[in-house]
Design a protein around this ligand. Structure first.
Ligand code: ATP
Length: 261
């Protein structure tokens, strides 16, 4: 077994809104090996996005710890935090939708290169072109506006933006949910190909097991803030043990199963 890239231990997170307490993460633990994809599935409200936001440090955990490449990730501060931040990147449903309509794809991709000090100004255009080609887009797309491309192309740009930071782990949160069925397969293939060529680890979140199973080596199932089941993808699909796992497997049309890894 290689040394895990990430080990999350006993993460807890409670929200209080309008006087009501919601336990979004209830003692969540998981590990991710280098080059591995862990699929995280669960019904709406089970805590998947909260876990992603805690792992990205977009949200503080109430309790628990995360070791990332051997470091106590949630405790890092200052320079050490800035150095390690690029190690985890995130791609969500339509990350570029929030960008200024006048922003060019080139500027969107140059940003992480500048922020993380990965390329001097003079070489950034060349690096941006290479990033675009790595996600299957022409280098000339750098001059286009972020909103002047299709949804699938925009998601390719979002993946390129994550890659620009040279991460070890990418958290995908419902990355193909907003895309047409015909485009989904292409984006999933790109995600799988990049993992092989770059040796990346992925946490792949979706409410739909049919999508998760196409890219995941292992699957973790969440319900009411807890990981209720985890195991190799084929084992979870063939014989789910938890009620939540059984319900998710039952929701996938039988015809989709012959494509198991
Ligand atoms: N900022 C917040 N304030 C209050 N409650 C929150 C907040 N964020 C999440 N929650 C609650 O925490 C629980 C877990 O939400 P979370 O978004 O993590 O679930 P999810 O599994 O990602 O759901 P979905 O698949 O719908 O995105 C839910 O009950 C949600 O309402």
């Amino acid at each position: 077994m290689p040394e895990p890239l990430l080990v999350a231990q006993n993460l807890c997170k409670t929200f209080t809104s309008r006087g009501r307490r919601v336990t979004a993460l209830d003692d969540v633990s998981l590990t991710l090996a280098p080059g591995e994809t862990l699929g995280l599935v669960g019904a709406s409200g089970s805590g998947k996005s909260t876990l992603a936001r805690v792992l990205l440090r977009l949200l503080p955990a109430d309790a628990g710890a995360v070791r990332l490449q051997g470091e106590d990730w949630l405790q890092l501060r200052g320079r050490a935090l800035r150095r390690q931040r690029r190690a985890i990147q995130m791609v969500f449903q339509d990350p570029l939708a929030a960008f200024n309509p006048r922003a060019t794809i080139g500027a969107v991709l140059a940003d992480p290169l500048r922020i993380h000090g990965l390329a001097d100004r003079a070489v950034r255009p060349v690096r941006v072109g290479a990033l675009l080609e790595r996600v299957g887009l022409p280098a000339g797309y750098a001059a286009r506006g972020v909103h002047d491309v299709s949804g699938g192309e925009r998601q390719r740009v979002a993946i390129a933006r994550a890659l620009a930071a040279r991460p070890s782990l990418i958290v995908f949160d419902e990355p193909v949910s907003a895309l047409d069925q015909s485009i989904r397969g292409e984006i999933l293939k790109l995600i799988a190909d990049l993992q092989k060529s770059e040796g990346l680890s992925y946490l792949f979140i979706a409410h739909d097991l049919a999508v998760v199973r196409l890219v995941s080596h292992r699957v973790a199932i969440m319900e009411s803030g807890r990981v209720v089941e985890t195991g190799p993808t084929s084992q979870i699909i063939d014989s789910p043990q938890s009620p939540a796992g059984k319900a998710l497997v039952a929701a996938v049309p039988r015809l989709e199963f012959p494509r198991a890894q």
